[in-house]
Ligand binder design. Structure first.
Ligand SMILES: C[S@@+](CC[C@H](N)C(=O)[O-])C[C@H]1O[C@@H](n2cnc3c(N)ncnc32)[C@H](O)[C@@H]1O
Length: 265
């Protein structure tokens, strides 16, 4: 028997946001490996497939996050090489800010195994719904917060801006108590203040993990962001500073008039 790998996402809202194809893959796998964020989803996966195995123990205080990820990939590939049809499940979308999922697919394919990733519901998808934002208006840029600072990413402050992992800026390790220092967040605020006024209203967002809960939508001024309750699952939404201006030459080339060009879709 030749092994294979299917990588799936369970969504953000426990159980409710898992697609039908992802559920079928988890149920039918010879081996279900998972890394999820809440106990209800974990309990559900455990009753869905008796071969369940959590990868949470790959996170250890003595390891850098990247080493934990490589351990997850190695454990997954070991089962595929044994000839098993492996399903690897992550919370959210499995391909969004999940290094080991992409790495596992790439390594499995490089070794000649069938490997696919199925799309899931990410925190950003929930954000669009909960905050009522459409990326068609103004465009939307999305960055990992540490990468955003390290590379001084250039961005357009007239577009929507979404910053991931604002609770762990500059952190490369794992802390079981989830008590991360705030120095990195202070650097982020400083960098954003180069492009937005201090009173610019931003949102610290947490999508609800359970259907009975509301999302956390904490609106504050940029200068007060350090006072906000930022956790390891917070995402920052920064609205456009002002409307982008249409370029008259482009409007002419596209045969558009000023008033029709505001929204292209
Ligand atoms: C390792 S990434 C995982 C993202 C996940 N794969 C997804 O599809 O959304 C962790 C980051 O995702 C975002 N995130 C995770 N859960 C979230 C939630 N419930 N609400 C808002 N953002 C969340 C935060 O920015 C967090 O730091």
């Amino acid at each position: 028997m030749k092994g294979s790998l299917t990588v799936v996402g369970t969504g953000i809202r426990s159980v409710a946001q898992t697609t039908l194809e992802s559920r079928a893959s988890m149920e039918g796998a010879d081996r279900l490996l998972y890394l999820v964020a809440d106990p209800v989803t974990e309990a559900w996966l455990r009753q869905l497939n008796p071969t369940h195995e959590s990868l949470a123990d790959c996170y250890r205080e003595d390891l850098k996050r990247i080493d934990s990820y490589h351990e997850m990939v190695a454990r997954t590939l070991a089962y595929v090489r044994r000839g098993e049809h492996v399903c690897l499940a992550f919370y959210g979308h499995p391909g969004v800010f999940v290094y080991p999922s992409h790495k596992a697919v790439a390594e499995a394919r490089a070794e000649g195994f069938d490997a696919v990733m199925l799309a899931g519901v990410s925190a950003e998808d929930c954000l669009f719904a909960d905050l009522g934002i459409d990326p068609a208006d103004h465009g939307c840029q999305s960055f990992e917060a540490t990468d955003f600072l390290m590379r001084r990413r250039r961005f357009d402050p007239t577009s929507h801006l979404i910053l991931w992992q604002i609770g762990v800026v500059g952190e490369i390790g794992y802390r079981p108590d989830q008590r991360f220092h705030r120095d990195g967040l202070a650097v982020l605020v400083e960098y954003l203040l180069e492009s937005y006024p201090a009173n610019h209203q931003v949102t610290v967002y947490e999508a609800a993990q359970y259907a009975v809960c509301d999302p956390i939508v904490d609106v504050c001024s940029l200068e007060r962001l350090l006072d906000a309750d930022v956790t390891a699952i917070s995402t920052l939404y920064v609205p456009p500073r002002e409307l982008g201006v249409s370029d008259p030459e482009m409007l002419q080339r596209l045969g558009l008039k000023q008033h029709t060009a505001r929204r292209a879709s």
